[in-house]
Design a protein around this ligand. Structure first.
Ligand code: 13P
Ligand code: SF4
Length: 311
């Protein structure tokens, strides 16, 4: 195992040599965020991928993010440092079962969260991320019959906010479902002035006590715009605290504790599979490459493009 600084230097050299852009989601390890050319939430990563000129894109995130980039840029080499970086939410929605669900609800528009496999995207009319979900749902008439999948918490939140009755797929993220109202309340007693920031993948009771519900980028922006000295309890994957602390040196951030005290369940184990060593190896070998069946990719491209147009 090479030392951290040597690895970072190697990554920077390889990026130039291979004409590659490294993109990282806010949930990956801080040292990877620091070496990335671009960091962002799922929407930002998709948007940036669609506009890049470089022939090689490395996605330090999870598989569905790599697939989205590959679908948008089929002629580029898209790399994922560890192909085992999946997503429990995407896994909670197998494409064959989702196809049956759609068939059981004829006449419904299918809106899917980007945290899905390419096959599920191909079954969808439009995709959303947590940044644009509300806006895209709002773009449909109030009486539109809609299937929303796969995140029941995000779907339920939008139903509650809009008064809609979208039919929800029963899926969830194992990290965001771990946050406990009781533990957040305990933390709030220790820091009474702290505002609670929550990702919409959290369960309803957590969302109900949040001062701000939003995507990782929206929560970060909220913290940046808050007055100096503000304090926050953050109910999303703990990786976001790195960028929050970097951008808000005069503010304090406390990670919301998960239900089981002492566990690291507010870490996404898939995101944490990305390491500097794997990033360096993948740049050096231009592998592992993300591939998507071209027929699936063709069908999935239209709903991804529609999302980018609507957001
Ligand atoms: P964002 O849309 O905030 O990037 O969320 C992605 C994600 O995986 C949340 O768990
Ligand atoms: Fe998937 Fe949850 Fe990890 Fe996000 S935090 S990538 S939804 S498992």
């Amino acid at each position: 195992m090479e030392a951290v600084e040597a690895l970072k230097a190697k990554i920077n050299r390889l990026k130039k040599e291979k004409n590659a852009v490294v993109m990282a989601h806010y949930y990956v390890r801080p040292e990877i965020q620091d070496v990335a050319d671009r960091i962002g939430d799922s929407l930002a990563l998709a948007r940036i991928a669609a506009e890049l000129d470089e022939p090689v894109i490395v996605i330090c995130g999870v598989n569905f993010m790599g697939e989205t980039a590959k679908i948008l840029c089929p002629d580029k080499t898209v790399l994922l440092p560890d192909p085992a970086a999946g997503c429990s939410l995407a896994d909670s929605c197998p494409a064959a079962d989702f196809a049956e669900f759609i068939a059981e609800h004829p006449g419904h528009t299918v809106i899917s969260y980007v945290n899905t496999s390419a096959e599920v995207k191909a079954l969808s009319d439009v995709l959303v991320t947590s940044s644009n979900a509300r806006k895209i749902v709002d773009s449909f008439p109030a009486d539109e019959k809609i299937i929303f999948g796969p995140d029941r918490n995000l779907g339920g939140y939008i139903n509650a906010e809009t008064g809609r009755n979208m039919v929800l797929w029963d899926g969830a993220c194992h990290v965001h479902e771990q946050f406990s109202v009781e533990k957040i309340a305990e933390l709030k007693r220790e820091h009474p002035g702290a505002l609670v920031l929550a990702h919409p993948e959290c369960k309803k009771p957590v969302l109900m006590l949040a001062d701000k519900v939003g995507s990782t980028a929206a929560l970060l922006q909220f913290a940046i715009e808050a007055p100096a000295g503000s304090e926050f309890i953050v109910a999303t994957e703990s990786g976001i605290l790195h960028e929050m602390q970097k951008k808000c040196k005069d503010k304090k951030f406390y990670p919301a504790p998960p239900m089981a005290g002492g566990c690291a369940c507010n870490d996404c184990s898939f995101m944490k599979l990305n390491t500097l060593q794997k990033l360096a190896d993948c740049l050096e070998n231009l592998s592992p490459e993300v591939t998507v069946d071209p027929q699936v990719a063709e069908k999935a491209l239209a709903p991804i493009r529609r999302m980018l147009e609507l957001s």
